[in-house]
Ligand binder design. Sequence first.
Ligand SMILES: Nc1ncnc2c1ncn2[C@@H]1O[C@H](COP(=O)(O)OP(=O)(O)OP(=O)(O)O)[C@@H](O)[C@H]1O
Ligand SMILES: [Mg+2]
Length: 295
Amino acid sequence: MEYEIANTPETLSGNFDPQDTVCSSLPDRGRKFTEPSRLNGGDRSPSVLRLHELRTSIAGRPLHRGISLSVDRGEIVGIVGNSGSGKSLLLKCIMGLLPPDDGVVEMFGTNLYSARDAELRRIASRCGVLFQHNALFSTLTVRENVAVPLRHLSGLPDDLLHEIADVKIAAAGLPADVADRLPGELSGGMAKRAGLARAIATDPELLLLDEPTTGLDVIMAEQIDSLIHDMAQVQNIAVILVTHDVDTLFEICDRAAALFDGEIVTLCEPRFLHKSPHPWVKAFLNARPRTLRAS
Ligand SMILES: Nc1ncnc2c1ncn2[C@@H]1O[C@H](COP(=O)(O)OP(=O)(O)OP(=O)(O)O)[C@@H](O)[C@H]1O
Ligand SMILES: [Mg+2]
C-alpha cells in the first residue's frame, strides 16, 4: 500500500508534472499542479534520474516490487527503510550493478540497461558513487583511490590527477596528511570521507551516496551534510542518498522516500513525514524524539 503525503503542491517535488509516468504511479495523481520548479526556477529539463516500476530479485527472492521515483537537478532525495529493506541494492540497481527483472532506470534521459558501452561510459563520467562500506582499494593510498575515477575517465597526467585528488580530499574534510595513508590506516569516519572524496572527484552531476554520515561524529556529520547540500545547491547536482541519519534527512533532503516491503510507501518532504499513516514511518519517527520536536 502506498501513501503520499500531499494535499498542497509544495509537498510534492517542485518539478511535479501530472503527465509524469513516475508520479502517476502514486495514488490520487489527478490533481493539477502548474507551479514552476521550486528548485531550478522552472527548468523543465528531464529528470537526471528516473526509476519506473522497477522490480528486482536477489537470490531468487523478489526484493523491489515496483519502485518509481525521479530526482531532478539540484534536488536531494533521501531514502530510508529498515535494515535489509533493499536500499543499498536499489542504489546498485541504479549504478548498473543489479539488472532489474522489469522496469526502467533512466539516467540523463538514457535507459541504462539498454544503453551501449559508449553511452554507459558517458553516463558513468557524470555520476559519483559512495558505497556503504566505501569500497576503497586497500593497496592504494587515499590520494590514489580518489584519483582512480579521474584517471579512468580523463586520462590526465598523474601530477594533475593528484592535485585534483588533494582538493577533493580537503573538501571531504580530511587533513592533507591523510592523502598518503592506506585505507587500513584510517578510522571508520576517515574512510567514509575518503570514499566521499572519491565520489565527488569527477565533479559529477548525479551523486549516489549510501549512508554518507554513518560512523561520523556529530560535527563531522554536519560538515558532510553541508558539503552535500552545497553541491546540490551551488553546482545543481542531483543527489540520492540512503540514510539512517534523521538529522541528514531533515536538514538537507528535499524529499524523503520510505522503502518498506519492496515498495516506496511514503514519498514527501521530510517535514510532512509525521503525517504518514504508514506504521513503519511512524515507528521510524517515534524512535527519534528530536525529530518529533523538529517537525
Ligand atoms: N549479494 C547478495 N546475495 C544475496 N542476498 C543479498 C545480497 N546482497 C544483499 N542481499 C540481501 O538483500 C536484502 C537487501 O539488502 P540491502 O543491502 O539492500 O539492505 P539495506 O536496506 O541496504 O540494509 P542496511 O540498512 O542494513 O544497509 C537483504 O535481505 C540482504 O541480505
Ligand atoms: Mg545498505
